[in-house]
Each structure stands twice: as structure tokens, then as C-alpha cells.
Design a protein around this ligand. Structure first.
Ligand code: M6R
Length: 592
């Protein structure tokens, strides 16, 4: 949930760290700091706010030196304050550290270190790393051994980088990512390849408990016993560097508009892999589908498609709940995990648990070098390019496309997705072309106290997804409801101040949805219908195109989610919220 970066080389480090942190800000953006080493001293500046804001007030870029570390924070332990921002010094300011993860035994370690005379300045769990390093370095005067000893004391998940005043950078990881980027002008240690992709496409993914020491022109990797180890370099895609906003005012809007292009190409060059997925899925006794947030909503739709079109026994479980319901997972099962980042801790935890029970692991990720991709038996890539906005948009529709392709293959094309993909994309483009109308709708409904989103059958996961987009981007309370459940409780909430969005494409669920809409309208609520057909019950009508050659309503989810994405985006603007960086959230949730 935080980003860390370290660099040791020939370039001025401060501007480079600031740019890297800007690119990784999606991982956490409540405070920022960097530490550079100049003339045998560690200089440190940090503050609350986003990278640009803190750089604006503290002039981070002007800090001197060729070696340094940096951090953007998503607070877990300790409030959002300058003191809790990273990096953290040890007592003598001779070591500074930046950490991502949670040190579960930080209380015991802190007490022990205080007894030894260490003085703590922050409320964070991370600061113990700086004092442990200092403690062991004072004892042994051996950098490698002090890092080894420090790591052996840490419980929980961590990736950290530490700067020593002699000009060395070191780091280690356990269940949080840490990647070396290597180039002629120096070496990087980073949470994400985005931290160094502008300089190099050569990345070395460290294993759990690896220890790295970066000098100005070399790096050494050791295992937890201190033995030298080799880790192979991977070439990563330069295109990941393309993360500017282009002509759009926000990444979120750009990513919403990138969907048609992304959908044109997703899966096209992976037909063999899709075939392989189909074989594995058909052979399994039960397919467990998992993910978090938006990716979980994709898993819910996958359950419909695999059960109804693939005739496969599928169960869906959100990743954070998976560990509590492992019964039934065995070596005849397949776990299909969805994750844009491939780094979500809950998903990785579920996958590891299922793997231990003997299940085969398949995954659908956007980042082919991610932890999830690397622990899967086989994976498919959505290849929609970097998704910077915290709200998942293009990653969701590309995940869905791959699921449609798999289901279509399993039923020999009866779903009609693959044969009609271009018509689906045209329909999405038509909704995107009407984007400006959503600004007016957002103006009308933005004072809402509550927005309910209703859907039945395969549209219910989109109701959940729409509600998630609205709450995440606009901070309006929103709830996705299975329309059939209305009378079983939620109807009690409906009054004249309620806004209810009904997902109602003309399929077999349509008549019952109209009946529900009348029941809601009778209680005075405002009804917003998303449908291919108008109806007098709608106070506001959002039209989605009908695709004449496709009979089956199962295709609509990928189209009907688009107006919900755009509406949520405009609600955030009308309410003066930065849609790219909603409060309290981070793009990649690497803590459980
Ligand atoms: O990277 P992942 O797909 O594993 O992320 C899962 C969720 O954290 C993510 O979808 C989250 O719910 C989004 N912010 C929703 O827009």
C-alpha cells in the first residue's frame, strides 16, 4: 500500500526519486518523503500530501546527492502526519529507511529497543526497522549481517529500502514486492517497475527474504543465510512508461475512454492460452472463482457464464473470505483468480491457501510480471496498459472480455461474444460518445444521500460494481441490490430522497424489473433507468444500444457498466473530488 524506491548511481538522485514516486503514487498518496546521501550525511525531507504538493512546498528535487531512497505512504499504523511519513531515521540519523507492509510484532520490538536506549519519533510500525538495523550494525559493523539479523526479527509482510550514510542502499522483502532495475547509470530498488521504467526495461524480481545491497555500480543479492544468489533478469514492457493523461483531465476519464481500443485487442494473441484454460476448467470438479473489489465482481459474472454456458460447476468467493471456507478445495479443483495488479494481498493469500490444498491455479491479471502471475500455473493477461486511476475501469471490461471468450469457446460460440465483438465495442463507443450528458445527470443527482443500484441475474454483479464506483469516486453512499431482494428488506430504505438506478436491458429479467421500478416509484424515489428501451417509469433514462444479432442478455454487463463508470466520474467532479485519488484508498492493496 506504499511505494518505495531506492537509487544508487551517477545521476542526481532527488529529481529521479520524485519522478519515480509520482509514477507509483497509485500505491498510496497521503504523505511523501525522500532521503539523499550527500558528503557522508543523510538529508531527509518529508510532508503530508501528494508528491507534487510536497515537492512544491519542500523543494524535494533540489536535495543534493547521487544516492537516496523515497516513499509514498498509505497509512496503516499512525495517523497521516509529517512525523509518520517515511523515510524514518535511526537514533543517530546514520540510517534512513522506507517500508511497505505491516510489521506485526512492532510493539515487542519497540519495547525491546527502547530498553536498549533507542528513542522513537513516530507512531509507525516501520520505524523499528531503522532502529534494528542501527542496533545490529553497531554490534557487528557488517552491513549484510545487520540486514540479515534485522529481517530475522521481523514478523509480517515487508519490503524495505535503507540508506546508510556511507553511501550504500540495501533492501529486503517478504510478501511485498521489491524489484531491482538495472542500467549503466545506476541501480534501482523499487516496489513497482513503474519506479524505473523510464530508465530501464531490465527488472530482477526478488524472492521472499532475498537481501540486496546496491553500490554505485553493482548490486549483490543474498538469500536469508547470506549466500550469494542469482536471480534472472526479466525484460518488461516499455509501454508501461506511457502513463500521462494525454488530452484528458484525469487518468480515470482517459482509462474509461481507452476501453474500446483495449477490448479490440484483448485475448486475440492468446487464443492458445484460452484453449488451455478451457481444457483445465472443463476437467476440474469445481472451479473456485475469486478476486477483490471490482475483480470480485468479474468473478461473479464468470460464475454465471461458466455455469450457464460452460456447464461447469463454479463457486465464487471474495478473496478476503476465502481462507475461512476452504472445505471442498482439493487436487480436483481449479482456482481462477482475477486481479488487475496481481499484487492484492487477499488474492495472493487465497491463491496460496488453495495451492496448498492441491488446487490448480489459473489467473487473469493485467501485470504479467506480478506476484499472482508468477505463482499461477497458467495466466492470461488483459494487456489494457497501466491503470493509474484508483477506480478499476478498463481492467474490469478487459477481464470480462476474457471470461466471455472462455465461456464462448466452452459453448462452441453460442454466447455470440467472439463473433460479435466489434458490435459490442461499437455499442460501448456509442455510450462514450454521449459522455457529456452524464455531466447533466450528475448535476441533478449529486446531492443524493443514497443511491441504490438494482440488477437481476447476471446484471446484479454490475449493480454491485456500479455502486462501488459511485461510493469510491463520489463518496455518496451507494448500494448494489439484487432486484428480487427488494421486498425482503431494502424497500424499507426507499423514500422521496432516494435515487434508484435500475439496470434493465430488454432480456428475460426486464418485466420483473419494471414491476420493481413501479414499487419504488410509489414510495417517491427518483428512478434512473439504464436500458435499450425507454419506459414511462424512468425519471431519467440512460440509453444503451441494443445489439440486434445477439439474442442473449448475458452480453449486456460489459456495456451497461460503462454509463455507471461515467456517471461515477462526473459525480466526483460535481462534488469536487479528485477521481484519480479517492481519499483513504490506494490502487494496489498489498496488506490484508
Ligand atoms: O488489483 P486488483 O484487481 O486485485 O484490485 C482489487 C480491488 O482492490 C480493486 O478492484 C478495487 O476494488 C478498485 N479500487 C475498485 O474500483
Amino acid at each position: 500500500m506504499c511505494s518505495i524506491i531506492g537509487y544508487n548511481g551517477q545521476l542526481f538522485v532527488a529529481p529521479l526519486l520524485v519522478d519515480s514516486l509520482k509514477r507509483m503514487e497509485y500505491r498510496g498518496y497521503d504523505s511523501v518523503g525522500i532521503a539523499t546521501i550527500n558528503n557522508g550525511k543523510i538529508l531527509l525531507k518529508k510532508g503530508v500530501g501528494k508528491v507534487l504538493e510536497v515537492d512544491g512546498t519542500l523543494d524535494l528535487k533540489s536535495m543534493k546527492g547521487f544516492t537516496g531512497i523515497g516513499h509514498t505512504r498509505w497509512a496503516t499504523h499512525g495517523g497521516v502526519t509529517e512525523i509518520n511519513a517515511h523515510p524514518h531515521y535511526c537514533c543517530t540519523d546514520s540510517i534512513a529507511i522506507a517500508h511497505n507492509g505491516i510489521i506485526e510484532n512492532h510493539r515487542e520490538l519497540k519495547e525491546e529497543l527502547i530498553d536498549l536506549g533507542h528513542v522513537f519519533k513516530s507512531d509507525t510500525d516501520s520505524e523499528v526497522i531503522a532502529h534494528l538495523l542501527e542496533n545490529y550494525y553497531n554490534d557487528q559493523k557488517n552491513l549484510k549481517k545487520s540486514v540479515m539479523k534485522t529481517c530475522s526479527r521481523l514478523k509480517g509482510a515487508y519490503a524495505f529500502v535503507a540508506a546508510f550514510e556511507d553511501g550504500t542502499i540495501c533492501g529486503s522483502r517478504y510478501n511485498e514486492p521489491l524489484i531491482i532495475g538495472t542500467v549503466d547509470t545506476g541501480n534501482f530498488l523499487s516496489s513497482d517497475i513503474l519506479g524505473f521504467i523510464e530508465f530501464t526495461d531490465k527488472a530482477i524480481f526478488l524472492d521472499n527474504r532475498d537481501i540486496v545491497i546496491l553500490d554505485s555500480n553493482t548490486y549483490q543479492i543474498y538469500d536469508s543465510d547470506g549466500k550469494n544468489v542469482d536471480r534472472t533478469a526479466t525484460q518488461v514492457a516499455w509501454e508501461l512508461a506511457a502513463i500521462d493523461k494525454g488530452k484528458y483531465s484525469h487518468h480515470t476519464l482517459k482509462e474509461i475512454h481507452e476501453q474500446p481500443k483495449a477490448l479490440e485487442k484483448v485475448g486475440i494473441s492468446s487464443l492458445d492460452k484460452i484453449e488451455e484454460f478451457c481444457k483445465v476448467l472443463s476437467k476440474s470438479k469445481t472451479v473456485f472463482l475469486t478476486g477483490s473489489g471490482t475483480s470480485y465482481h468479474c468473478a461473479l459474472i464468470a460464475k454465471h457464464l461458466l455455469s450457464n454456458f460452460g456447464k461447469i460447476h463454479a463457486e465464487t468467493l471474495m478473496s478476503s473470505e476465502f481462507q475461512y471456507t476452504l472445505a471442498g478445495v482439493d487436487n480436483s479443483s481449479v482456482l481462477l483468480a482475477f486481479s488487475q495488479s496481481g499484487e492484492t494481498a487477499d488474492v495472493l493469500h487465497a491463491v496460496k491457501a488453495a495451492k496448498q490444498m492441491g488446487a490448480k491455479i489459473l489467473s487473469i491479471v493485467n501485470v504479467s510480471t506480478s506476484s499472482l502471475a508468477r505463482i499461477s500455473d497458467s495466466f492470461l493477461v488483459t494487456s489494457c496498459g497501466p491503470e493509474v486511476g484508483v477506480a478499476a475501469t478498463k481492467s474490469f471490461t478487459t477481464q470480462l472480455s476474457l471470461v466471455y471468450m472462455i465461456a464462448d469457446r466452452l459453448c462452441n460460440g453460442c454466447l455470440g461474444f467472439s463473433a460479435n465483438r466489434s458490435l459490442v465495442i461499437d455499442a460501448i463507443c456509442e455510450v462514450l460518445d454521449s459522455e457529456k450528458e452524464f455531466c447533466g445527470i450528475a448535476e441533478k443527482i449529486h446531492p443524493a444521500r443514497d443511491i441504490y443500484v438494482l440488477g437481476r441475474s447476471i446484471h446484479y454483479p454490475i449493480a454491485l460494481e456500479g455502486a462501488l464506483k459511485i461510493k469510491e469516486l463520489s463518496y455518496i453512499h451507494a448500494e448494489g441490490i439484487a432486484a428480487g431482494e427488494l421486498k425482503h428488506g431494502p424497500l424499507a430504505l426507499i423514500d422521496r430522497d432516494s435515487y434508484v438506478i435500475i439496470l434493465n436491458p430488454s432480456d428475460s429479467t426486464s418485466d420483473r424489473n419494471i414491476a420493481s421500478a413501479h414499487e419504488i416509484k410509489a414510495r417517491g424515489a427518483t428512478i434512473i433507468g439504464i436500458s435499450d428501451l425507454p419506459n414511462e417509469v424512468y425519471d431519467i433514462f440512460i440509453k444503451i444500444p441494443k445489439i440486434p444479432s445477439i439474442e442473449c442478455g448475458a452480453i449486456y454487463p460489459i456495456i451497461e457498466v460503462i454509463p455507471l463508470q461515467i456517471l461515477a466520474y462526473y459525480l466526483s467532479l460535481v462534488r469536487n473530488i479528485d477521481p484519480d485519488y479517492p481519499r483513504n484508498l490506494a490502487k494496489s492493496v498489498t496488506v490484508m
